[in-house]
Write a protein that binds this ligand. Structure first.
Ligand SMILES: NC(=O)c1ccc[n+]([C@@H]2O[C@H](COP(=O)([O-])OP(=O)(O)OC[C@H]3O[C@@H](n4cnc5c(N)ncnc54)[C@H](OP(=O)(O)O)[C@@H]3O)[C@@H](O)[C@H]2O)c1
Length: 254
């Protein structure tokens, strides 16, 4: 098959492109660093001619609902319009477990993306996944008050991005399925333990307090709103196994 991966240079997108190539597919990467800005009218139709499926894993880093909605509506619109013109038969997108239960600004963007896909006329599959194991590193790097790293109190059932990627390629190989069953990791974790584990693995002895975030968003993190339901498919690699598989202490962190 010929598969286009929108966001094919990102955390999960890199794995998607790699897994698709390993399975013998021809891969086209769509990203700004590959010369395609999906938030603008990218003139993509010719690029997508002959493509069987598009896997959309683009992302914007924001907590602002308006910005998230603008980004996901614009990128989805660009892709779907070009797919329709080019005759692409399957649009596959990755969303997040709990987007309709937790009132984060970013999640408003993901919901807008899901709605745009369902309203569109390109046959589609949307799968929601839980946080990636790699999320712990993002929190370690970003959640800082001055020199102190903090971790939100959060219940999560994380999954390796590589396993999410393999599942996305499998979905793209199949027929459009609408909302596919949710995907999660094998066991529930506390985000603060994950962040501390990541820090220790990288040589940091920093004190990392678990902080309850205020308001409805913080409550959703603690009350299980982001956990998968009983019908979810589960990956196999635990967070601890993923951590062990990382190269040892690439650099010393504070
Ligand atoms: N992180 C998680 O724990 C998690 C869990 C479940 C679902 N998800 C979903 O998974 C998806 C991917 O997340 P991620 O963490 O892998 O993302 P990421 O690492 O931030 O990568 C984002 C990708 O999007 C591309 N991109 C951004 N803006 C673009 C634009 N205007 N035009 C074209 N390409 C653009 C980036 O490439 P360039 O910068 O080169 O443009 C990059 O390839 C997101 O939709 C997210 O909601 C994430």
């Amino acid at each position: 098959m010929r598969i286009a991966v929108a966001g094919g240079t990102g955390h999960v997108g890199t794995h998607v492109a790699e897994q698709a190539r390993v399975r013998g597919h021809e891969v086209i990467v769509l990203a700004r660093s590959a010369g395609v800005d999906l938030a603008a009218d990218a003139g993509l139709t010719e690029t997508l001619r002959g493509v069987d499926a598009v896997i959309d894993v683009v992302n914007v880093t924001t907590l602002d609902a308006d910005e998230a909605v603008r980004f996901f509506e614009a990128t989805t619109h660009t892709l779907l319009a070009a797919e329709r013109e080019a005759g692409v038969g399957h649009h596959v997108a990755l969303s997040i477990v709990g987007v309709d239960r937790a009132p984060y600004g970013y999640y408003a963007g993901k919901l807008a993306q899901e709605r745009a896909i369902a309203r569109g006329d390109v046959p589609w599959t949307v799968v929601r996944a839980t946080q990636f194991h790699e999320f712990a590193e993002q929190i370690y790097e970003r959640a800082k008050i001055g020199p102190v790293h903090v971790a939100p109190m959060m219940r999560t059932q994380p999954i390796a991005a590589r396993e999410v990627a393999a599942h996305l390629v499998t979905l793209a190989e199949g027929a459009p399925a609408g909302r596919a069953p949710d995907l999660a990791g094998p066991r529930e974790e506390r985000l603060a333990d994950m962040v501390r584990g990541f820090a220790r693995k990288n040589g940091s002895r920093a004190w990392i307090p678990a902080v309850p975030l205020p308001g409805p968003s913080g409550r959703a993190q603690r009350d299980g709103s982001l956990l998968p339901g009983p019908g979810a498919l589960l990956g196999t690699q635990t967070y601890a196994e993923w951590l062990t598989s990382l190269p040892a202490q690439q650099r010393r962190r504070r």
